[in-house]
Design a protein around this ligand. Structure first.
Ligand code: FES
Length: 111
């Protein structure tokens, strides 16, 4: 029962074919903007708003496993959301991702 509920909470958000490695893609789930980041280690999902001053991370650059904020340049690790450089100190929210064939599925609680 618990496993079924966990699987049901994942929802389709994009096709893997539309997200080349090294690229990002913004999606909206409920009222949350989420940024998909395709790195050599897989696809990760983080909040699209920087924790420093709410810049849109979709306007930043993905470099390896790091996403750089477009406004003041803080770097975050997309794998766990951790803030790697100032001025950001708080992590980005992250979301579980499943890949099923060409489908990218996200679990977003409360959405
Ligand atoms: S808004 Fe992102 S580092 Fe300032």
């Amino acid at each position: 029962m618990t496993d079924t509920m966990a699987i049901d909470s994942f929802q389709w958000v994009a096709s893997l074919a539309d997200l080349e490695q090294g690229k990002t893609h913004q999606v909206t789930v409920g009222d949350r903007e989420i940024l998909l980041c395709h790195t050599a280690q897989g696809v990760f999902a983080v909040d699209n708003l920087c924790t420093h001053a709410a810049a849109k991370m979709c306007d930043g650059k993905l470099k390896g496993n790091k996403i750089l904020c477009p406004l003041h340049g803080a770097a975050f690790d997309v794998r766990d959301g951790s803030a790697l450089t100032r001025p950001a100190t708080l992590p980005l929210g992250t979301f579980p991702v499943q890949i099923d064939g060409d489908d990218i599925l996200l679990a977003v609680s409360g959405a």
